[in-house]
Design a protein around this ligand. Structure first.
Ligand SMILES: O=C1O[C@H]([C@@H](O)CO)C(O)=C1O
Length: 553
């Protein structure tokens, strides 16, 4: 195992991801940020300098469990202080498991401002993947708004509430088109874009050879959009989800929620005289955003020889039967560790949209999460009384709640939502979706857990019936291991994890505006067992460090 060193500087820069120039957050002058490539067992060291002029920054390594290094998880107010402008913080952590991951900002809505990149972990030397392929294609998917994240955040917390709306474009590896289509010939009423050139918005071209198998690594860091990916005329074999191998299955298209990652195998078995479209469209919300397109370029055809066939159509946004059919097929590959047969605790989390003093919030068991000024990892480790509100959030919301209707009493309050988790206990969490504030509206929410993979034990429609029924029907045989799980409209999703990684871990909806509106909880897991926390993670600036060392002003 090696140490892999990176020196990064985060800064605002002008960029044209969809051909319209805006300001975004890049790393070392690049957007998306540099790809990290390492082997399982390596130590990744990122010296991160904050080159933003007037705001803090942190980076979360999404899918990396940070076993023994909870201070490197990169969550502002949770695992560390936001890094001040001009300051450098060093992230040092082991990438213990091969897979397709990514990293992104986890302070305010900085992820939506473009602060993200790929993190790919290959198998350790001497090990082999359990499937064969000839080459790899990397697709980091995102959505893009023309309004700044500041305007978006102010709208979300204003009275009256101003929703951010749908994104202006979808991006593949940071590239998209705003008001034109590369496939205008197949899309009546749209303007044709110029395809080539070396502009920042030039479409991605994936060169391939005929009759080979490629591993497509696909990850979504979208702010809002749930996506679907298809490649014209080609089948996709799903082999990995969130850094865990799955029992392979073949589909025409895959759904990818924000926070998800997949590997799919594609065999170039189609007519080699043509190129083919890779198409990424919106699902789960009525789309107002055109699909993103990239070119699967069968060499030696010209890169910008446009495909003869129309781009594959994205399934209807509200065809949830299609979504569920895909999601339910994801099961663990033989050899994946099975979950413990029983759990010590079940936490049932009801997701509701609420009102608070004229604001709109998302609440969990009727508490909307707000983050503290002092990062939990330090304040809980030091046992500071101010660290947590005395009231513990509830483990359940009671069976009577009608998930099919807007909340009878929509009023909510804010809280820390800190759940204290005992070391080495097995914890079940049931995420219960419900109707939003408007009649007949219930949305998709992809929930992401930090610090752990979890087994997805099952999904259901309507209210979870608990011990009266659903608890006995969970899949304990071959549930997939993941770090992100979707809850479907009006449905529930049950997960299980073992609390074997002391730290303070966020568990939240990965939709950026929903997290901003409070849709999350904190798992304070065996914090007394956390090793010595680096001072730089929990004290900010040189004076803080010096004061901690006993110096006086
Ligand atoms: O959180 C959300 O708020 C809006 C809408 O429900 C209220 O304007 C929306 O579509 C969300 O996902």
């Amino acid at each position: 195992a090696k140490a892999r060193h990176f020196k990064w500087e985060v800064s605002n820069m002008f960029w044209s991801p969809d051909c319209e120039e805006k300001v975004l957050i890049g790393i070392n002058g690049q957007f998306p940020g540099p790809t990290i490539r390492a082997k399982a067992g390596d130590t990744v060291v990122v010296e991160l300098k904050n080159g933003l002029h007037t705001e803090g920054v942190v980076i979360h390594w999404h899918g990396i469990r940070q076993i023994g290094t909870p201070w490197a998880d990169g969550t502002a107010s949770i695992s560390q202080c936001a890094i001040n402008p001009e300051e450098t913080f060093t992230y040092r952590f082991v990438v213990d498991k091969p897979g397709t991951y990514f990293y992104h900002g986890h302070y305010g809505m900085q992820r939506a401002a473009g602060l993200y990149g790929s993190l790919i972990v290959d198998v350790a030397d001497g090990e082999e993947e359990p499937f064969k392929y000839d080459g790899e294609l990397n697709l980091l998917l995102s959505d893009w708004y023309h309004e700044s994240i500041y305007t978006q955040m102010v709208g979300l917390s204003s009275k009256p509430f101003r929703w951010i709306g749908e994104p202006q474009s979808l991006l593949i590896n940071g590239r998209g088109k705003f008001n034109c289509s590369l496939a205008a010939a197949h899309t009546p009423g749209t303007e044709k874009c110029t395809a080539g050139g070396n502009r920042q918005c030039a479409p991605v071209v994936f060169p391939v050879l005929s009759n080979k198998t490629y591993r497509l690594r696909v990850a979504s860091t979208t702010s809002l959009a749930s996506l679907n990916l298809a490649v014209g005329n080609h089948k996709l074999t799903v082999v990995e989800a969130d850094g865990n191998y799955v029992d392979p299955f073949v589909v025409d298209d895959i759904d990818i929620y924000s926070g998800d990652s997949y590997s799919v195998l594609l065999t170039t078995d189609q007519n080699p005289s043509s190129n083919y479209w890779v198409s990424v469209g919106v699902r789960g919300r009525q789309p107002k955003t055109a699909p993103a397109l990239a070119v699967l370029n069968y060499r030696p055809n010209g890169a910008f020889r446009l495909p003869a066939l129309a781009p594959p159509a994205t399934p209807e946004w509200n065809d949830y039967a299609h979504s569920k059919a895909f999601t339910y097929r994801i099961l663990s590959r033989a050899g994946t560790p099975p979950p413990p047969a029983t759990s010590n605790r079940r936490i049932e989390l009801l997701n509701t949209q609420n009102r608070m003093d004229g604001h709109i919030k998302w609440s969990i068991n009727n508490m909307s999460m707000v983050l503290p000024a002092t990062p939990y990892l330090g304040s809980l480790k030091m046992g500071l009384k101010s660290a947590m509100s005395a009231a513990r959030p509830a483990d359940t919301f009671g069976r009577g709640y009608d998930v099919t209707q807007p909340p009878a009493n929509p009023n909510t309050t804010v809280g820390g939502n800190v759940y204290v988790i005992e070391h080495n206990t097995t914890v079940d969490v049931v995420l219960q979706n419900a109707n939003a504030l408007a009649q007949n509206v219930s949305e998709v929410h992809p929930w992401h857990l930090h610090g752990h993979d979890f087994w997805v034990l099952g999904y259901g429609d309507g209210a979870f019936l608990g011990d009266a029924g659903d608890a006995a029907r969970l899949n304990l045989k071959n549930p997939p291991l993941r770090n992100t799980a979707v809850i479907f409209p009006y449905g529930w999703t049950a997960i299980r994890f073992v609390a074997d990684n002391p730290g303070v871990w966020a568990f939240h909806c990965h939709i950026e505006p929903h997290l901003h509106m409070g849709m999350g909880v904190i798992f304070a897991e065996a914090v007394d067992r956390v090793g010595e926390v680096p001072k730089a993670a929990v004290s900010c600036g040189a004076t803080a460090t010096a004061l901690m060392a006993g110096d006086h002003v």
